[in-house]
Ligand binder design. Structure first.
Ligand code: 5GP
Length: 139
């Protein structure tokens, strides 16, 4: 699949549309999922133009997974969760809806129920509060 630069995450990278960013470095960007499956659902994306695991460079993927590993326990702990899932979808048939490589950090407690994938938009004020909270934990 050809990478489409008009995808929403590429626009977030270039600050053309807003997002509640919790972390940014040279290679990666992390922000609140607008349709979270649980409170504290964070997306971590690479800055390289890659659709998914099939076309990302090993270099960019290595930086990206390093950021995921660094952020996930802090996101979970700051949201009062005991653990976390990491999810990553490849291809429309597998459920991918935004075609720019990203990992989902889904902080979870025991038997916590997840909402549907990309289903319901969260109140912007709540997302902002959660981002502020997570960012404080990252300091
Ligand atoms: P995918 O289905 O590609 O693995 O996941 C895409 C994720 O991006 C979904 O969880 C969806 O809720 C989220 N998402 C879609 N559009 C936007 C947006 O404009 N802003 C943010 N922050 N998240 C989005």
């Amino acid at each position: 699949m050809t990478y489409d630069k008009n995808n929403i995450f590429n626009k977030i990278i270039h600050k053309e549309i807003p997002a509640h960013i919790i972390y940014e470095d040279e290679h990666s960007l992390a922000f609140m999922d607008i349709m979270p499956q649980v409170p504290g659902h964070v997306l971590v994306i690479c800055k390289e133009c890659a659709t998914n695991l099939e076309d990302v460079s090993t270099h960019a993927l290595s930086h990206l997974i390093h950021t995921v590993k660094m952020l996930a326990p802090i996101v979970a702990k700051s949201m009062g969760k005991a653990g976390f899932q990491i999810r990553q979808y490849n291809g429309k048939q597998a459920g991918q809806t935004v075609f720019h490589l990203h990992f989902h950090i889904i902080p979870l407690n025991d038997q916590e129920t997840l909402k549907g994938h990309a289903a319901v938009i969260e109140d912007d004020i709540i997302l902002k509060q959660q981002a502020t909270h997570i960012k404080a934990a990252l300091q």
